[in-house]
Design a protein around this ligand. Structure first.
Ligand code: NAD
Ligand code: TYD
Length: 349
C-alpha cells in the first residue's frame, strides 16, 4: 500500500463521502475509518464499500487516548484526515461539554498520538483538520470570510472548533507537525442527519409536519454540495501547502426563508402536491440563542492555488438530495427512531 490514512468521523455525513471517495479513487491506499458511532455515525452510510480490500473500520472514540495511541502504533498512518466531531449548533447550546470534550480534547488526543508516532521526522506526513467557517463568527450584510479573518466564534460548537484549529496550528508551530486546515461553509446532500436545516425540512415536508424557521428567517448561509466538499478535501490533502488554511465554500448564499420556500416548491413537484402546499407548513418559532446572522466564504484561495471549484450547481444538488431522501425511507426511519424522537420533542417543544 502506498499510504495508510486515518479518516476520523468517517461514518458521519461528510466523513462517509470522504471515505468513499478515497477508497474508490485510491485502491493503493489503506483507508482506516475511526468512528465512535455516536447518534450521528451510521455504518449504513458506507455499506456499498464495506467489503473493499483497502477499507477498514475501527470502532474508536477519539476521547479514549489509550485506544487512539494503540491504533497509531498498530497501523502507523502517514496521514490523518480529522472530521470526527460533535457538529450540531443546537445540541452545543444544550450540552456544551460534549463539544468541548470531543472537539477539543479528542483533537488533542489525535495530535498527541501523531506527534508521538511521527516525531520531528515527519517529512511526507500530514495532519489534515476539517473545520468550519463558523469559527469566524457572524458577518453583517456585506463582506466575506477570508483565511485571514480573525476568529470570533459565537456558539459553543464554533468555539470548540476554533479551539481545535488553534491546537492544530500550535502543534505545527511547536512540534513541526505538518498540517493543513480547511474551513468550510454549510454542506448538504445525501446521508445528512435530519437535525440540520435541509434534511430536517425534507423529512418534515414528506411527513406533513411543521417547518420550524428560527426568528425572522433572514439568516444567511452559503451552501455546498457534500461531494464537492469531499473533492476539496482530496485536493487539499494531496496538493495543499503545509501549514496553510484554505476556505471552502459554494459561492451560493441563501437566506433561510428563501431556501425553505424553494425546497417546499421542489418537494411539491416531486410529491405531486398542488403548488404552494408545503409552504403552508412554514412556522416561525423562537430564535436560536446567539444565532449568527450571516456566513459567506471567499473561496478564491483554493480556487486560484489548487484549481478547486464546486462542480454541482445548487439546482442539481438540491434535486439529487431530495431524490435521495425520497428513495431512502429505510435510512430515514432508522435514524429518526428512538433517541431522535426525544431530541426532537425537547428541541421543538
Ligand atoms: P456528523 O455529526 O454528521 O458526523 C460526525 C461523525 O463523527 C459521526 O460519524 C460520529 O459518530 C463521529 N464522532 C463523533 N464523536 C466522536 C468521537 N468522540 N470519536 C470518534 N468519532 C466521533 O458531522 P458532519 O456534518 O459530517 O461534520 C464532519 C466534520 O466537518 C466536523 O468536524 C464538522 O465540524 C465539519 N464541518 C461540517 C460542516 C457541515 O455543514 N456539516 C461544515 C463545515 C465543517
Ligand atoms: P443548521 O443546519 O443547524 O446549520 P448551522 O447552524 O451550522 O448553520 O442551520 C442552518 C440555518 O437554518 C441556521 O441559520 C439555523 C436555521 N434553522 C432553522 O431556522 N430551523 C431549524 O429547525 C434548524 C435546524 C435550523
Amino acid at each position: 500500500m502506498k499510504k495508510t490514512i486515518f479518516i476520523t468521523g468517517g461514518a458521519g455525513f461528510i466523513g462517509s463521502h470522504v471515505v468513499r471517495l478515497f477508497v474508490e479513487k485510491y485502491p493503493d491506499y489503506k483507508i482506516i475509518n475511526l468512528d465512535a458511532l455516536t447518534y450521528a455515525g451510521n455504518l449504513e452510510n458506507l455499506k456499498d464499500i464495506q467489503g473493499k480490500p483497502n477499507y477498514i473500520f475501527e470502532h474508536a472514540d477519539i476521547n479514549d487516548a489509550a485506544k487512539i495511541n494503540s491504533l497509531f502504533t498498530q497501523y502507523q498512518p502517514d496521514g490523518v484526515i480529522h472530521l470526527a466531531a460533535e457538529s450540531h449548533v443546537d445540541r452545543s447550546i444544550t450540552d456544551p461539554n460534549a463539544f468541548i470534550q470531543t472537539n477539543v480534547m479528542g483533537t488533542a488526543n489525535l495530535l498527541n498520538a501523531a506527534k508521538h508516532l511521527w516525531g520531528k521526522n515527519a517529512e511526507g506526513k500530514r495532519f489534515y483538520h476539517v473545520s468550519t467557517d463558523e469559527v469566524y463568527g457572524s458577518l453583517g450584510e456585506t463582506g466575506f470570510f477570508l483565511e485571514t479573518t480573525p476568529y470570533d466564534p459565537q456558539s459553543p460548537y464554533s468555539a470548540s472548533k476554533a479551539a481545535s484549529d488553534h491546537l492544530v496550528r500550535a502543534y505545527g508551530n511547536t512540534y513541526e507537525m505538518p498540517f493543513v486546515i480547511t474551513n468550510c461553509s454549510n454542506n448538504y446532500g445525501p446521508n445528512h442527519f435530519p437535525e440540520k436545516l435541509i434534511p430536517l425540512f425534507i423529512n418534515n415536508i414528506k411527513t406533513n409536519k411543521p417547518l420550524p424557521v428560527y426568528g425572522d428567517g433572514k439568516y444567511t448561509r452559503d451552501w455546498l454540495f457534500v461531494k464537492d466538499h469531499a473533492r476539496a478535501i482530496d485536493t487539499v490533502f494531496h496538493n495543499g501547502r503545509n501549514g496553510e488554511t484554505y476556505n471552502i465554500g459554494g459561492f451560493n448564499e441563501w437566506q433561510n426563508i428563501e431556501l425553505v420556500k424553494l425546497l417546499c416548491d421542489k418537494m411539491d413537484e416531486k410529491l405531486g402536491r398542488p403548488a404552494g402546499t408545503s409552504q403552508g407548513l412554514i412556522s416561525y418559532i423562537k430564535d436560536r440563542p446567539g444565532h449568527d446572522r450571516r456566513y459567506a466564504i471567499d473561496a478564491n484561495k483554493i480556487n486560484k492555488e489548487l484549481g478547486w471549484y464546486p462542480s454541482v450547481t445548487f439546482e442539481e444538488g438540491l434535486s439529487l438530495t431530495i431524490d435521495w431522501y425520497m428513495e431512502n425511507d429505510a435510512w430515514l426511519s432508522n435514524v429518526t427512531s428512538g433517541a431522535y424522537q426525544k431530541y426532537y420533542q425537547e428541541q421543538y417543544k
